[in-house]
Design a protein around this ligand. Sequence first.
Ligand code: PGA
Length: 258
Amino acid sequence: MSASASRPRPLVAGNWKMNGLKAGLAEARAVIARLAEPGFATGADAMICPPATLLAELATLAKGTRLQVGGQDCHTAVSGANTGDISAQMLADAGVTAVIVGHSERRADHAESSALVRKKAEAALAAGLTPIICIGETAGERQAGLTLQVVRRQLEDSLPSASNPANTVVAYEPVWAIGTGQTPTATDVAEVHAAIRETLVKRLGPGASALRLLYGGSVKASNARELMGVANVDGALVGGASLKASDFLGIFAEAYAS
Ligand code: PGA
């Protein structure tokens, strides 16, 4: 099999974070409608990760369409006395197929370690969900020349032993690029994604070339083609530009027009 034949099918996942009331589902409906148009970005998969309050309703809307639905976080346990938390099994029960774990906002605001992130990813796998494991360096770490070291360590420590190329997604999100409008250069992204791929191949074997490796951090229509064209970039995790259907769809139109 040639290298290109094993290239993963791209995924563009929108992370709504703590944004979106019921009225916001109109944006998701518009995304579903556009994805249903013949020939529109047929080479890529699409996902929206709304706040927990909208998960079940969006999963119902998206059933049988091209739009997949993901959660933004899960607990490590299946059930129990964990006020305010949601288990991976509950997400699956709501119709969700994936869950983001280890987003830098969780790591920073909720002091989540890579060991905890790994346990969350394990819980996701056990519930039949695809964990989207986020890793990425801070501005200070990049300035200190520690980017590859930090990213490799986070990946090693966050990846469950049950992960394989088909059941797990990894997202590289430099913390300084999230919500700032700043992005690394294509060369910088290529360097980090190559290092991540190499680490995955060491852990999982040559089949790791089929694991989807997303880039995230200020992705929008105007930079999508360049960033999605970088070697080892198999899609995007999108925050701000996923909230409006026109912005989100613009990323597909630019990077994956078919
Ligand atoms: P952003 O967020 O696209 O708004 O930079 C990305 C993310 O946090 O996943």
